[in-house]
Write a protein that binds this ligand. Structure first.
Ligand code: NDP
Ligand code: PYC
Length: 339
C-alpha cells in the first residue's frame, strides 16, 4: 500500500458515512443507501466513487440543491416499464425502490426498463447492474452527467462522462460486469489528480485553446475527451438520448445549466434495462448461460483478464481483512468534518 493511503475498518467507515450524512440532514434511507454504495465501492478499491463521494453528498446539502429527505415515488408506467421519481433526492434510494419492480417485470415480460428521474447522481453503476445479475438477470445501465466532454472532432464540452454498465449472471460465480465512463477518464479521477497535484494520462483532455493537456486544472478549464475517438463519441451521444429525452430527463448540458455554477453532483435521470434469460431461452437457459463460460475461458485462457476481476479480488482481500485502503487526504477531510 502506498504512503498516500491508510486503512479504515469497514464498520468504522459505515459508521462514519451514516453519521456524517445523518448529521448533515439526510434521511435514514438516504444515509443508509449512500453509505452502503460508497463503502462497497471503497471495498472494491474504486477510489473515484468510494468514500470520497461522501464529500460531494455533503456539498449537495451545503449548496442547497438536494432534498435530503426526498421519498422516491414509484410509478407503474407499462407492463415492462417502471419509473421512479427521485424527487430531487440522490438516485440510490430511487434505485432501491425500483429494483424489485424491474426484476418482477423482467421475469413476467422477458425484459423490462427502470427509468429513474429527477435525481442527483454521483455513483458508479456496477453496484446496480451487479444487484440485478445476482437475481439471474442480464442488466444494462446508462446515465449522463455534466457537460464536460468534447465530441470527437470538436473542442467544446457537450457530453457528460456518461457511464455504460453491463452485467451477465454466471452460475456459482460473481457476474461478468463492466462499467466505464465513455470519456477517456472519469471526472472523479480528474478531481483526485487535482487534489494530489499529479498529471493526467496523455490523451484524456484538452485545454481552453483546444490543445492536448495533462494538467488537471487546465483540463477543467478546457474539455475532457471521449475514449475511442468517434466510437466513444457515438456511444456517449446514445447515452445522452437514452438517459435524457427518452425518459423525459435532462441531458448533460441541461444538467450543467441546472447546476448554475454550484459545481455539485449532476442532476438528471438514469435508464436501467433487465433481460430474463429464462424468458428468452426457456429450458435451455441454464445450458446457454454456461456457453458464456466458454467465452470467458477463451479470454482468460490467453492471460487476459475479465473486467471486474480486479474489483472482485480487492473485495475478497478487504472482506477477509475487515479493513480497506482509503486515500489519506480523503479520510482526513471526512474525519475533520465528523469531529
Ligand atoms: P475504469 O477505466 O477504471 O474501468 C472500466 C472497466 O474496465 C471496469 O469494469 C474495469 O474492471 C475494466 N478494466 C480495467 N482495466 C481492465 C483490463 N486491463 N482488462 C479488462 N478489464 C479492465 O472505469 P472508468 O474510470 O471509466 O469509470 C469508473 C467509474 O466511474 C465507473 O464505475 C462509472 O460508473 C463511474 N462513473 C459514474 C458517472 C456518473 O455519472 N454517475 C460518470 C462517469 C463514471 P475493474 O474495475 O475490475 O478494474
Ligand atoms: O466520475 O465522471 C465521473 C462522475 C460524474 C458523476 C459522478 N461521477
Amino acid at each position: 500500500m502506498s504512503d498516500d493511503f491508510e486503512t479504515i475498518a469497514i464498520d468504522e467507515a459505515r459508521a462514519l458515512g451514516e453519521g456524517l450524512l445523518s448529521a448533515a440532514g439526510y434521511s435514514k434511507d438516504h444515509a443508509r443507501t449512500i453509505t452502503d454504495c460508497v463503502v462497497r465501492a471503497q471495498m472494491d478499491e474504486c477510489h473515484s466513487h468510494g468514500l470520497y463521494r461522501l464529500i460531494s453528498c455533503l456539498e449537495l446539502i451545503e449548496r442547497g440543491k438536494v432534498d435530503p429527505a426526498a421519498t422516491p415515488v414509484v410509478e407503474d408506467r407499462a407492463p415492462a416499464i417502471v419509473r421512479v421519481d427521485a424527487r430531487r433526492g440522490v438516485s440510490l434510494s430511487a434505485f432501491e425502490a425500483g429494483l424489485p419492480v424491474i426484476a418482477e417485470k423482467a421475469r413476467h415480460c422477458g425484459l423490462a426498463a427502470l427509468a429513474i428521474n429527477n435525481c442527483f447522481h454521483f455513483s458508479a453503476l456496477w453496484p446496480e447492474v451487479e444487484r440485478i445479475a445476482d437475481q439471474g438477470l442480464v442488466a444494462i445501465a446508462v446515465t449522463v452527467s455534466h457537460a464536460w466532454v468534447a465530441p470527437a472532432g470538436g473542442s467544446r464540452p457537450v457530453f457528460g462522462t456518461n457511464p455504460f454498465a453491463f452485467a451477465w449472471p454466471r452460475p456459482g460465480k460473481h457476474p461478468f460486469v463492466f462499467d466505464f465512463a465513455t470519456s477517456a477518464i472519469a471526472r472523479g479521477d480528474i478531481e483526485l489528480h487535482r487534489r494530489m497535484k499529479t498529471p493526467l494520462p496523455e490523451g484524456t483532455a484538452i485545454n481552453a485553446d483546444g490543445k492536448p493537456t495533462t494538467d488537471p486544472d487546465k483540463a477543467v478549464d478546457g474539455a475532457m475527451l471521449t475514449f475511442g475517438a468517434h466510437k466513444g463519441s457515438a456511444l456517449s451521444t446514445m447515452i445522452e438520448l437514452l438517459a435524457g429525452p427518452l425518459i423525459g430527463d435532462l441531458t448533460s448540458a441541461e444538467s450543467m445549466a441546472f447546476d448554475d455554477g454550484a459545481k455539485v453532483t449532476p442532476f438528471h435521470g438514469e435508464l436501467i434495462i433487465a433481460l430474463d434469460p429464462a424468458s428468452f431461452m426457456g429450458q435451455a437457459a441454464r445450458d446457454n448461460l454456461k456457453r458464456g463460460e466458454t467465452l470467458f475461458d477463451a479470454i482468460e485462457g490467453q492471460g487476459a483478464r475479465l473486467p471486474s476481476a480486479r474489483r472482485y479480488r480487492a473485495r475478497a482481500r478487504n472482506t477477509r481483512a475487515g479493513v480497506m485502503p482509503v486515500r489519506k487526504n480523503v479520510l482526513d477531510e471526512l474525519r475533520l468534518r465528523a469531529a
